[in-house]
Each structure stands twice: as C-alpha cells, then as structure tokens.
Design a protein around this ligand. Structure first.
Ligand code: DX5
Ligand code: ZN
Length: 217
C-alpha cells in the first residue's frame, strides 16, 4: 500500500482558503491545524472555519487539535463532519474515553505526540486509535526544520503498532519535504503532513504527487 499525503492549510493563503483547497485535488485529506494560543503559542482557526470548509470540499478533513481541552472540543469537530480528529495526549484528560467517543460518532481518532513525549507510556492505548501522529517539529508553526532525532520514536511506534496486529496509520507532521520524506518513510511512517513544502511550491498539486512517489521507491 502506498503512502498518503495530507497538505496542511496552515501554509495556505487564509484569505483564499477556498482557492487553495481547490488547488490540491490529489490530497489524501486536508490537514487543518487548530491552535488555541494556550497549548501552543499561536492562534489559527476553529470550529466555524472548519464548518465552512466542510461545505466547500468533499475531501476528507484531518483535524489536528493543538488545544488545551480536547475532551471538550474534539467531538464538536466530528459533529462538524471531520473524518479524522487528532488530539494531543499531553492535553487530554481521558484519551481512551475521548477516542471511543470520536469513533462512536464515525470519526477516526488519532493520538498526537509532541517531540519531548515518549510513546512507551501509551503503548497499551494504541489499539484505541486509528492513527498515531508523531510531531517532527515543536507544534505551533509551519516552516520549521524537520527533527530527524524523532526517527527512533517513529521506529518504536511502528514496532508497537505491528505488535497490536491492527491497522493503525502512523503520521508525521513538521518539516516534511522531498528532502526529508525518505527518512520518515524508512522509519515506518505512512501518512505525511506537508504545509510549506506543498503551498510554497509553484504547483502545489504536483508537489503532492511528487512526495507520494517517494513511497513507491
Ligand atoms: C505545526 C503543524 C503542522 C504544520 C506543518 O504545528 O501541526 O501541520 O502546518 O508545516 P510544515 O510542513 O511547513 O512543517
Ligand atoms: Zn498539524
């Protein structure tokens, strides 16, 4: 099975979101970064904008919540029609309960892990999730450098996933480009967020296809 590319609209033109989402028909899902100025030192967009985007695209919406109270807010994004919601384990009060709630609503649940957070304490929880999201930058901003020091964690997470015998996706987010994607593929990731690499390209959709081809090598 090939890899998936989920462009992040954090690097799109916020005054032209409609145009910039239409510019990436090859996307496997649209990655939407929700930040609250508390969990991370940046403020982006929230529920009303996600609801507006939902009306304008048939693409799957991959919501990445970087907020302090996901237990309260994640279900609202499922309700708004998102196919997948990622919340951070560092912020969730009851990650298993929240994952089950999202899945009961027909939404995929994903567990977000910041760079300084180890995966091992959550090994027994992985089966509750459809996807694990390993941050390869400190969350908060697009355009940062890929942290290759996260690759051992990606490898260990892939091993833990294998051990579950379940189909759980492994997404990396931050600094993914044609220069770095091979490193993350080799470590076992299969879903790739790319913000600045896609929207900084002359042809964003061609960049998505070029990134995806790295998975065929
Ligand atoms: C960072 C966000 C990322 C960001 C990635 O906190 O979670 O999704 O948009 O941007 P690039 O690909 O530019 O690192
Ligand atoms: Zn993200």
């Amino acid at each position: 099975m090939g890899i998936q590319i989920t462009p992040s609209i954090l690097s799109a033109d916020f005054t032209n979101l409609d145009r910039d989402i239409a510019a990436v028909p090859s996307a496997d899902a649209i990655h939407i970064d929700v930040m609250d100025n508390h969990f991370v030192p940046n403020l982006t967009i929230g529920l009303p904008v996600v609801e507006a985007i939902r009306k304008r695209t048939t693409h799957e919406l991959d919501i990445h919540l970087m907020i302090t109270d996901p237990d309260r807010w994640a279900p609202e994004y499922a309700e708004a029609g998102a196919e997948s919601v990622s919340f951070h384990v560092e912020a969730a009060a009851a990650p298993v309960r929240l994952a089950r709630e999202l899945r009961s609503m027909g939404c995929k649940a994903a567990l977000g892990i910041k760079p300084a957070t180890p995966i091992e304490p959550y090994a027994d929880l992985l089966g509750e999730f459809d996807k694990i999201l390993i941050m390869t930058v400190e969350p908060g901003f697009g355009g940062q450098s890929f942290l290759d020091i996260m690759m051992p964690k990606v490898r260990r997470t892939r091993e833990l996933i294998r051990g579950t015998g379940l189909e759980i996706a492994l997404q990396v987010d931050g600094g993914i480009s044609e220069r770095t994607i091979d490193i993350a593929i080799a470590a076992g990731a299969d879903v790739f967020v790319a913000g600045s690499a896609v929207y900084g390209a002359d042809d964003p959709d061609a960049m998505i296809r070029a990134l995806r081809e790295h998975g065929d090598a």
